[in-house]
Write a protein that binds this ligand. Structure first.
Ligand SMILES: Cc1cc2nc3c(=O)[nH]c(=O)nc-3n(C[C@H](O)[C@H](O)[C@H](O)COP(=O)(O)OP(=O)(O)OC[C@H]3O[C@@H](n4cnc5c(N)ncnc54)[C@H](O)[C@@H]3O)c2cc1C
Length: 336
């Protein structure tokens, strides 16, 4: 098949998190026609930022690392475009009831001015329908048909379908066409209870971020320590994956109360803070086999996302990028 023919292959991607965005960007560069569908009002998924009354906070991914040369190259384009930068927090760790300086020497990066900036940057060049929750997929005459919760059947049909979603949301859709996909890819996914606390006055806390061990909280960070953050001093507090998963159905206020009690014990008293609480149902977890991505050639279906590539931002981006190249190779060679 010539490059010209591959350009006529239409591809739908469900999910405009960083894996869907990287996959779409690469497919477009390879000459495919790509249409994304995203249930939220904006791109970036779990690389997200909540905005409040004169405050904002990254409440999903806190920072990301870059180890793979492909992702380092991508990160450099984000840095050149002014949508990412290195973060140098005063970093502590807490274990066995003791505070210590963190010994981690990792380079950490954040979106600028907010964690969703790299996603917004990629989204600018893509065709994305926001506010479209795809709740049904099926095949008809070798084409993929989609239905959205908000507007019913999607008019366009597609040659290829990519799901760039957390594992449970992937399986909700694949179960409609092949339940064995979920059965063969069992993965433990954990939620994350998150509290954002903004203060009228600067807090006298001797760190910008801390890894907490042995407590229900595992992370505290001062959002304003990241470049470009304006407004009230705001802290993000994450409960650990095991505690969050165990109490995922807890009432929001009760979850917040328990997290704040723990934070107070660690020196962050949020009594006078303005609070916002968020429950991430699917925050973390990945397949130990680390396949990178998955392709079902017989039905022209591809899966990508952090859960297939070690979790985290870098893995998600790589998963989408590698899937795009696999599809390109296969689409080209199978028609030659
Ligand atoms: C609390 C928390 C802390 C984290 N901390 C870090 C960290 O410090 N460092 C790090 O590297 N990573 C961190 N991560 C993980 C990181 O955010 C993810 O690995 C990465 O963002 C996943 O990208 P993704 O594209 O695979 O999935 P997502 O970002 O989840 O993207 C999936 C997209 O699909 C959309 N969607 C879902 N269902 C549908 C549907 N039916 N129809 C249409 N759209 C749909 C969603 O709205 C979402 O936009 C954290 C995550 C959380 C939640």
């Amino acid at each position: 098949m010539s490059k010209h023919q591959s350009k006529e292959t239409s591809i739908a991607i469900i999910g405009a998190g960083i894996s869907g965005l990287s996959c779409a960007t690469e497919l477009k560069a390879l000459g495919f026609q790509v249409q994304l569908f995203e249930k939220s009002r904006g791109p970036s998924g779990r690389m997200s930022t909540r905005n409040g009354d004169n405050w904002s906070a990254d409440h999903g991914a806190q920072y990301f690392t870059a180890r793979d040369p492909l992702f380092i190259q991508e990160l450099n384009t984000w840095i050149s475009a002014g949508v990412a930068a290195e973060w140098h927090p005063r970093l502590k760790a807490y274990d066995d009831s003791q505070w210590r300086e963190s010994s981690s020497s990792e380079n950490r990066y954040v979106g600028i001015p907010s964690m969703n900036s790299p996603g917004k940057y990629l989204a600018k060049n893509l065709s994305i329908e926001f506010g479209k929750t795809i709740n049904s997929i099926f095949r008809q005459n070798n084409q993929w048909c989609l239905r959205s919760l908000e507007t019913g059947n999607i008019e366009q049909q597609f040659d290829y379908l990519i799901l760039a979603l957390p594992a449970p949301q992937t399986f909700t859709l694949t179960n409609l066409v092949d339940p064995s996909i979920a059965e063969k890819n069992k993965v433990d996914i954990f939620g994350c209870w998150t509290v954002m606390a903004s203060f009228a006055e600067k807090q006298n806390i001797p760190f910008d971020a801390a890894f907490i061990n042995g407590q229900m909280i595992n992370w505290i960070a001062r959002n304003n320590s990241k470049l470009g953050r304006e407004g009230l001093e705001t802290w993000t507090i994450h409960a650990n994956p095991q505690w969050s998963q165990q109490w995922i159905e807890l009432d929001k206020d009760e979850a917040g109360k328990r997290i704040l009690e723990c934070a107070k014990g660690l020196g962050l008293d949020c009594q006078n803070a303005q609070l916002s609480i968020h429950r991430w149902r699917y925050a973390s977890g990945y397949l130990g086999t680390n396949p990178g991505f998955t392709v079902f050639d017989n039905i022209q279906l591809g899966l990508c996302g952090d859960w297939l590539h070690g979790g985290r931002v870098e893995g998600a981006w790589l998963s989408g990028f590698k899937l795009a190249n696999e599809i390109s190779i296969h689409t080209t060679s199978s028609n030659e």
